[in-house]
Ligand binder design. Sequence first.
Ligand SMILES: Nc1ncnc2c1ncn2[C@@H]1O[C@H](COP(=O)(O)OP(=O)(O)OP(=O)(O)O)[C@@H](O)[C@H]1O
Length: 282
Amino acid sequence: MLKIDGLVLTVADPDTGQETEILHGSTLALAQGEALGLVGESGSGKSMTLKCILGIEPAGARVEGSIALDGTDLLTASGEQLRRIRANDLALIAQNPHGALNPVLTVGRFLIEGMSDARSLDRGEAQRRAAALLAEVGIEDTDRVLRSYPHQLSGGMLQRVVIAGAISGEPKLLLADEPTTALDVTTQAEVVAILDEKRREHGLSMIFVTHDLDLAAAVCDRLAVMKDGAILEIGTPDEIRDQPKTDYTRALMAARPMLYPEGGSGGTPEPDGTVSAEEAGA
Ligand SMILES: Nc1ncnc2c1ncn2[C@@H]1O[C@H](COP(=O)(O)OP(=O)(O)OP(=O)(O)O)[C@@H](O)[C@H]1O
């Protein structure tokens, strides 16, 4: 359903005009209902890949190659086609849920406005549907949460609300960009479990961006390992674990020794869980 071919992203320095190539020809494909983890250290190009899919790359950037969603190339689609695709087919779950919600609207309004048929629903029906969405993502006191403004809720609760909103539109593709990094550790596990469960239930495809190879392995069918704007290898979690093709991948695994006890030779994790390139032997 998604086919990225030879994706090259070049940005120009706004002052000097000097160009830097950030993505060097990424190629990957995603099947309907499949979850793909984009994994790599900070700065490897994971978020930029998502931005290219969403068409929100930095101002002045040049994108080459193709990004086809069910046959429509997002890089050459018309403005109207893109608007429709972004509204109906793509949903972003970003690191910070506060950025996804309008601070002056209640959670109820946020969810109701996101319903494609919101205008034809009477108030009671819209409220009931919004409450059902919250219940789906494990929120119990739905009335209170629907009446709440974003600042009155915890990050974990808000990220559940964002997930509820994302799945309610039945998008073709969920784009999750480090969706739990900003949450505390206990909440992280709960939110990832909800995302994983709901995505599978609804049969949605997903690209899951993280620097945490273990986490990606737990929720994704395949992993693509990124470094310096290039995809080094793609495989199932088992393939990546059992036959890593690069020292860099081995080092990413070694950064999480608990689940990958035989995870290779090099690479001390930085405090944020990333691995330096030198230590990775790259
Ligand atoms: N607005 C921008 N203009 C120019 N270059 C940028 C911009 N944002 C990021 N970059 C560069 O693009 C490269 C890839 O960054 P990207 O944010 O995609 O990495 P990432 O793998 O998502 O890292 P992180 O895990 O820290 O989010 C980096 O070298 C970064 O410095």
